[in-house]
Design a protein around this ligand. Structure first.
Ligand code: MN3
Length: 204
């Protein structure tokens, strides 16, 4: 069984001006594809291990990964899953506000949508080096904002990510150079709240 690169549901230039076409192309077609390929390569050493498992199941139980490929799977499997989420929760028709149960949970947890936005923005901007900021559903079915280093998945801490902001430089450097906060500000205009809400409803 091989993990496949999910199809991008929009054109490379569809997220402009928030994210430029060349960044989307390189990020999806080289970085994301690279994680998928290297994940499959690592798993070739233990084909029986991944059989019938989703990447989410694998990352949720990293101790069960054969030791000689464990770190490779954490890195490349994390990269694969994190980017699957990233492209899905972005959309040219995104932005605005979440709705329904998700908005209610955000308001309950963070006080208001603007307060949530401020907190997630701060978390994304404060990641040192390469990593991610996530909105997750924790074991108590409550929302939480967490940061992670490298490609580590919140799934490995028992938390289900429903929104992820990639703050590796490859996600923004061509257009924003060192101005990560400008990229994080712009990404709010393309968040696909319908998908985040779908993931939320699926998790709680
Ligand atoms: Mn990336």
């Amino acid at each position: 069984m091989k993990f496949e690169l999910p199809k991008l549901l929009y054109d490379y230039n569809a997220l402009e001006p928030s994210i430029d076409a060349l960044t989307v192309e390189i990020h999806y077609d080289r970085h994301h594809r690279g994680y998928a390929n290297k994940l499959n390569e690592a798993l070739e050493k233990h084909p029986e291990f991944a059989e019938g498992k989703t990447i989410e199941a694998i990352l949720s139980d990293v101790n069960s990964i054969p030791e000689d490929i464990r770190q490779a799977v954490i890195n490349t499997g994390g990269g694969y899953a994190n980017h699957n989420l990233y492209w899905a929760i972005l959309s040219p028709n995104g932005g605005g506000l979440p709705k329904g149960e998700l908005l209610a949970a955000i308001t309950k947890t963070f006080g208001s949508f603007p307060e949530f936005k401020t907190e997630l923005t701060k978390k994304a901007n404060s990641v040192f080096g390469s990593g991610w900021a996530f909105l997750v559903v924790n074991k108590n079915k409550a929302l939480e904002i967490v940061a992670s280093a490298n490609q580590n998945s919140p799934l490995s801490d028992g938390k289900t990510p429903i929104l992820g902001i990639d703050v590796w430089e490859h996600a923004y450097y061509l257009n924003y150079q060192n101005k990560r906060p400008d990229y994080v500000t712009a990404i709010w205009n393309i968040i696909n709240w319908d998908e985040v809400e779908r993931l939320y409803n699926e998790t709680v």
